[in-house]
Design a protein around this ligand. Structure first.
Ligand SMILES: *Cc1c(COP(=O)(O)O)cnc(C)c1O
Length: 413
């Protein structure tokens, strides 16, 4: 997006504000689809948790995407945004049997990731098809907090438990319609991914009625120019032909599914915050913005490095800054960043703010969550209003009658 358009949005809607460019989302969707064009049946299920605004979900639906959901509320958001139940897959971890049954009643596809619930669900609903999440125990991912395929990960049914899994399926006579894995974020080594896929193909041979194999997600996107990223085209070529060969062997054309979150929305997002204070200390120049980790927690939560640009003064002389938030504990967006000269009142733009940014925001420090704006065909559309004080106290039940304020003695003047 152009700096001028972003500045206009900050002017019109105020800052801090999230902005999402629908054109970028669309082109990422098309790029991934094209990379797998050799596969007759491809299904992309957008991972709603990355950015779950209704208008973004509607855009995904209009592109032909399905929806990957991890909570019953996300399922309901998907239905509200117009997805048909068959286009929604529910992939929770560690939720109750009741919540899975509720999703079943809503008619969405079910993915189960543990043997205990699988057995209970299969016993009670043998006719409802179920996809199973396998843990192939392949290490992938750039950060241990987001690597979910390793041996001590809580996700999925271990491949070492396949015999037990098969016993449950046989006893309950349940129908397994899909096999799934999601090994974690930041897949860089395509050979590692293909290796995990082989484990999935081996597992798939145990089931006769499969409709799809879901390879999860974890595509790495660039955070700055020159960053390494998943080579989608190479992955499409290699996994595509291997998948087609597997389908021949299996005897039926299956659907190849993915559930990208970050890949579709990360680069489409911009977070704009205004600089309140420029503080020069003996060692550092701090730029304090009108925001904090309550709005964008990824740098503090897992060391994510979002590029920061001063769009109010892009041609200014570059200097070193630490960009920090207003939260009353360490709240650093970026340390020692080279940024064009920052003046109080300038608007800083944080890149890659589409995925896991607004959806992870909170009211910590009793601050309002920011507004969200969608940039579509050259026009800005408000898609979430900035919160107000009403929102902060909406669910509080004020037990005012339990406490009387202490009577203070009048102080002699
Ligand atoms: C979070 C999640 C995804 C999306 O991962 P990205 O790295 O954002 O693409 C996909 N599948 C499952 C099951 C997830 O939990």
């Amino acid at each position: 997006m152009k700096h001028a358009d972003l500045l206009n949005i900050a002017d019109e809607f105020g800052a801090p504000v999230y902005v999402y460019d629908t054109e970028k989302i669309t082109s990422q969707f098309k790029r991934l689809t094209k990379a797998f064009s050799s596969v007759p049946n491809l299904k992309l299920n957008y991972a709603a948790k990355a950015l779950s605004n209704l208008s973004i979900l509607r855009l995904m639906n209009s592109l032909g995407s399905g929806l990957d959901t991890v909570s019953i509320q996300e399922v309901r958001l998907g239905l509200l945004a117009g997805f048909s139940p068959e286009d929604i897959i529910y992939t929770p971890n560690g939720v109750s049997l009741e919540e899975i049954e509720e999703a079943t009643r809503l008619g969405v596809k079910i993915n189960i990731d543990n043997l205990s619930i699988l057995e209970q669900f299969g016993t009670r609903h043998p006719h409802v098809p179920v996809c199973i999440r396998i843990n192939p125990h392949v290490m992938a991912g750039g950060n241990t907090k987001i690597s979910v395929g390793h041996i001590d990960s809580k996700f999925g049914i271990s491949i070492h438990q396949i015999p037990h899994l098969l016993r449950i399926v046989e006893l309950t006579k349940m129908n397994i319609n899909g096999i799934h894995m999601h090994t974690g974020s930041d897949i860089l080594d395509i050979e590692v991914f293909l290796y995990a896929s082989e484990i999935l193909f081996e597992t798939a041979k145990h089931f006769e009625d499969l409709e799809f194999i879901d390879f999860g997600s974890g595509f790495k996107v660039p955070y700055k120019s020159g960053d390494i990223q998943t080579n989608i085209e190479e992955l499409g070529q290699k996994l595509g032909s291997r998948f087609n060969a597997f389908c021949k062997e299996y005897g039926r054309d299956l659907t190849l599914a993915f559930e990208p979150g970050k890949f579709l929305v990360s680069e489409a997002g911009y977070f704009l915050a205004r600089v309140n204070v420029v503080k020069q200390t003996t060692s550092t120049v701090f730029a304090s913005v009108d925001s904090g980790f309550n709005h964008l927690i990824r740098p503090m939560l897992y060391g994510a490095s979002h590029e920061i640009i001063n769009i109010s003064n892009p041609e200014g002389r570059e200097r070193y800054y630490s960009v920090v938030g207003y939260i009353c504990e360490t709240d650093t967006f970026g340390s020692n960043r080279r940024i064009s000269e920052i003046r109080e009142g300038d608007i800083l733009c944080f890149r890659n703010a589409g995925a896991y940014c607004f959806t992870m925001s909170s009211n910590y420090n009793s601050r309002y969550r920011p507004a969200e704006v969608m940039w579509h065909k050259g026009k800005a559309h408000l898609i979430t209003k900035r919160e107000t004080f009403e929102d902060i106290i909406r669910n509080q039940v004020d037990q005012a009658e339990l406490f009387q304020p202490v009577k203070r003695k009048a102080v002699a003047k």
